[in-house]
Design a protein around this ligand. Structure first.
Ligand code: DHB
Length: 548
């Protein structure tokens, strides 16, 4: 059973040894201490990466097969990536470049670049205090920095939050600096790793103004890409082979980065920050459980989980609200005119359950069960009689699948809550207003059904800037988008609707892009069960061969 095996080994994941920083090329530790000099933002008004401003670190990386590798790498810390930062703590990036792996020297000069964001919950994310590769994480959450579980970060809906990742008890892993660290795996594979921080929704200045709400985080990630590309030849790695990764809100931003490459719609925000003058397109996208398409997510959520009891209350949500939202989903889904993968017809509210079952859920269960020993499979099937196992394939019905998943994490509406309690309400805050409605439905409910009430005038444009679907659908796909998509999601993830990822995949595939999308059986929010496959996929899509 490939996924589970990887997961177990991932539990022992970690840094085996971090040797003291050594000076390289005559550059002393002070280079690290004066981290801001990694690429002085002010130097001649430019954004020039200081090649010498690194320390050299050694770490032991346990790969996805459980094998240890000793990696010596150059580490540039907290390099500001814009000339006019609003908050340098977040608008800085770390760069890690492998020098030797298992004692053999590697030339990463032309290697793919993994741009790994550590955003969770649309919260601020800083790499400024990292002591090495893979050390970034969210800040601004109760309990401080580090890497809380994805669920804990959500602050969304009326769900309980932190339960999902830990509660499965089957070793689910977190791709954001928890048990799986894509930055470390990428480094041990010989890739260059860039870890950007980004502003997040909770940040306020002394005047109480929110400066990290939408679209700040995506603007920051774009600025980081521009910085890397503008420093081609100074930052090692192939700047035409930037592969973005992220989980949950970070997965949403990763897919948005891929979909919106070079869009002029962000230009004024980038200019305001003094972003480098370069392309912000990325070559490929890795997105785990992307929480995206937010303005349509309430309807999608009810379509998917509307009849499941809610976590915490144990009761179904208001079914009138749920049904109204499902009707919105039906309308939206029809408007997309998307066709399913593998020749499936048009994806509609009526056909989507069959599509999810045939394209994703049954194949997911099949690969899970195939990988089990015969006796483990027999006992799993005995415990889950809703699954029919025949000729090496699993099949089951939608209603049984929903029952199997169990409690939904969020209330209704899941994203634009009537009481403005979600993280997304905060994400769309502005000025000194910390929380706003961002759907007409949420707004009108809150204003006693006054159908004349309109969303604030700035919101439609901001919603567009936050939604990858606006760059993939609607007749004018973005020509500078990523052409390679890796999308992953746990079948038990109820942080959003399963249709969100599936629509993203279908939209990219409809444009002729290369899409790898599968669901991890019985996994919850934040799972990353095949990280080794992702690392290999990067080599495949970029055509990379490690050079000595
Ligand atoms: C995340 C989870 C959510 O449920 C959500 O609404 C937004 C973000 C997250 O884990 O990043």
């Amino acid at each position: 059973m490939r996924h589970r095996a990887v997961r177990r080994r991932s539990v022992v994941w970690g840094i085996g040894a971090t040797a003291g920083a050594a000076a390289v090329g005559g550059v002393a530790l002070s280079a690290q201490a004066s981290s801001g000099t990694g690429g002085s933002a002010s130097a001649s008004g430019g954004l020039v990466f200081d090649r010498e401003g690194h320390t050299t670190l050694t770490t032991t990386v346990t790969d996805a097969n459980g094998d240890d590798h000793e990696v010596t790498y150059r580490f540039w810390k907290a390099v500001p990536y814009v000339a006019k930062p609003v908050d340098e703590k977040y608008q800085s990036l770390n760069v890690s470049v492998p020098v030797t792996i298992d004692g053999k020297s590697v030339d990463a000069g032309n290697a793919p670049i993994l741009l790994a964001n550590a955003v969770g919950g649309y919260l601020p994310s800083s790499v400024a205090d990292a002591t090495g590769v893979g050390g970034g994480g969210m800040t601004g959450v109760p309990g401080g920095g580090g890497s809380p579980s994805p669920g804990a970060s959500a602050g969304s809906g009326s769900g309980s939050g932190s339960g999902e990742v830990q509660s499965g008890g089957n070793g689910m892993v977190d791709a954001r600096g928890g048990m799986v660290s894509l930055p470390k795996l990428a480094l041990a594979a010989g890739y260059v790793v860039v870890e950007p921080g980004a502003r997040g929704r909770t940040l306020t200045n002394d005047d109480g103004e929110y400066y990290g709400t939408a679209p700040a985080a995506i603007v920051d990630l774009k600025a980081a890409v521009r910085y890397v590309r503008a420093n081609r030849g100074r930052i090692p790695g192939d700047t035409d082979r930037i592969v973005s990764s992220g989980t949950s809100a970070g997965g949403a931003l990763s897919s948005l980065l891929g979909a919106s490459g070079d869009s002029p719609l962000y230009e004024r925000y980038l200019r305001e920050l003094g972003a480098a003058d370069a392309s912000d397109a990325v070559f490929a996208v890795g997105a785990w459980c992307p929480i995206t398409d937010l303005e349509h997510a309430d309807g999608a959520y009810e379509w998917n989980w509307g009849t499941n009891a809610a976590q915490g209350t144990g009761k179904v949500v208001d079914q009138t609200v749920s049904r109204e939202l499902v009707a919105q989903f039906a309308e939206y889904q029809a408007s997309l005119k998307l066709r399913g993968l593998n020749g499936f017809g048009t994806l509609t509210a009526r056909s989507y359950d069959t599509y999810l079952l045939k394209q994703y859920m049954e194949p997911s269960a099949t690969s899970y069960l195939t990988a089990l020993t015969e006796s483990d499979r027999a006992s799993y099937l005995a415990d889950h009689p809703f699954i029919t196992w025949k000729n090496g394939r699993a099949s089951f019905g939608w209603a049984d699948f929903l029952t199997h998943v169990g409690a939904r994490k969020k209330g209704a509406p899941a994203f634009d809550a009537f009481d403005l309690s979600t993280g997304e309400n905060n994400l769309f805050g502005t000025g000194t207003t910390g929380k706003r409605h961002f759907t007409p439905y949420g707004l009108r409910h809150d204003t006693a059904g006054d159908t004349g009430t309109r969303l604030d005038a700035d919101l439609p444009a901001k919603l567009r800037l936050m939604n990858p679907m606006s760059f993939l659908t609607g007749g004018t796909p973005n020509a500078h988008r990523s052409r390679h998509w890796w999308i992953r999601l746990g079948t038990k993830d109820t942080d959003t609707s399963h249709t969100v990822s599936a629509n993203l995949a279908a939209a990219a595939a409809a444009l002729g892009d290369d899409v790898s999308h599968l669901y991890y059986w019985d996994e919850g929010h934040g799972a990353n069960s095949d990280p080794g496959d992702f690392i290999r996929w990067i080599a495949t899509v970029t055509g990379h061969r490690r050079r000595a």
